[in-house]
Design a protein around this ligand. Structure first.
Ligand code: SAM
Length: 322
């Protein structure tokens, strides 16, 4: 099992398979993806080798992400490659869900177990203004189908002062009867979004305080839990999570490694350099990879430096899959 000097264990891999995205979210790619046809994204074969190498090093969960992973035609094959790898117990995806009703059955058939979908507003016009796409209805239909198929669904909403800060009550109404986990994510500063960040960053703490005073109970986290603080309420089918990267001890529960679509391994969303993983997956021998990761993890910092405005080489999160 991969472990760092702070005792954090890494059984969870976030694997980006493209950095292309069709949405133009205000906080991420406001001018849309700038086309670069020379990009050499991980092939299906490389995805298989990565899944197998990391499974041998103790990874049990892989999240396929992007960019927008569903823009890749071979996404079902990528899901299947991960799901059929011995040792991999969960295969998840993070998607904008723009064609979800069309895709979800084939993803589940390939072995998908859980899905994170980004919905920053439940008001169709606001949704379109944030993302550049009038797709809210389609995405909501896709979520209903995913629930029917037994997929664990989490919805991510990035908190933004001037866009969705007033929407807590409509989100709450939705999860009264919808069994999903809705996670509010504090907006993070990246290399490209500084002005937007300054205008729109708002803390999740007031939401937490309101939930607690309305009788929501914080769920005790299990060891494998992600970075969200989660809450449940007996009158609601769904749960609420808060992801507060600027809160104290946020990084203490870090349990993930990231691989970019260009095959660079990053220990943190906000790291400067990545290890070129392609060099280490040319055959089935994981010895060199294990040695290299052990050295790298020995150097992993206890926390990101976002509080100091340090965003590393991360210009926007589509580069690394959020
Ligand atoms: N295209 C997929 C999607 O829309 O979910 C996957 C990639 S997207 C970069 C992953 C997640 O990162 C989304 O939930 C998105 O809202 C979130 N995200 C992107 N930029 C962010 C930022 N600056 N701060 C907080 N969350 C961000």
């Amino acid at each position: 099992m991969l472990q760092d000097k702070f005792g954090r264990r890494f059984h969870y891999l976030r694997l980006s398979i493209t950095d292309v995205c069709n949405f133009s979210c205000e906080y991420c790619l406001p001018d849309g993806y700038q086309c670069d046809t020379s990009r050499d994204f991980l092939s299906l074969n490389e995805i298989k080798r990565i899944a197998s190498a990391f499974a041998q090093l103790g990874t049990s969960k892989i999240r396929i992400t992007g960019g927008e992973p569903s823009l890749r035609k071979d996404l079902p094959q990528a899901i299947r490659a991960c799901a059929t790898t011995p040792g991999i117990k969960q295969v998840a995806i993070t998607t904008n869900g723009y064609k979800l009703p069309e895709h979800i059955d084939s993803w589940v058939d390939a072995g998908l177990t859980s899905m994170n979908i980004s919905i920053d507003s439940l008001d169709p016009r606001m949704f379109a203004s944030i993302t550049g796409h009038d797709k809210l209805d389609v995405i909501l239909r896709g979520i209903d189908r995913a629930i029917e198929l037994g997929v664990t669904v989490k919805v991510n909403a990035v908190l933004m002062r001037h866009f969705n800060q007033h929407e807590l009550s409509s989100f709450l109404q939705w999860i009264k009867t919808t069994p999903i986990t809705l996670r509010f994510i504090e907006l993070m500063q990246t290399g490209d979004n500084q002005l937007f960040f300054d205008r729109n960053h708002t803390s999740g703490m007031p939401i937490k305080e309101q939930l607690v005073s309305d009788g929501w109970q914080q769920i005790i986290r299990d060891k494998a839990a992600g970075p969200a603080q989660e809450f449940s309420h007996p009158d609601f089918a769904g749960r609420i999570g808060l992801i507060m990267p600027y809160s104290k001890d946020f990084c203490a529960s870090c349990n993930r490694l990231r691989i970019s679509a260009l095959g660079k391994l990053h220990l943190c969303l906000f790291s400067e350099h990545g290890l070129d993983i392609r060099e280490y997956i040319t055959d089935d021998d994981t010895q060199r990879l294990q040695e290299e990761l052990t050295v790298l993890l020995g150097d992993k910092k206890s926390t990101h430096f976002l509080h100091d405005g340090y965003t590393g080489a991360t210009k926007h999160l589509a580069m690394l899959g959020g």
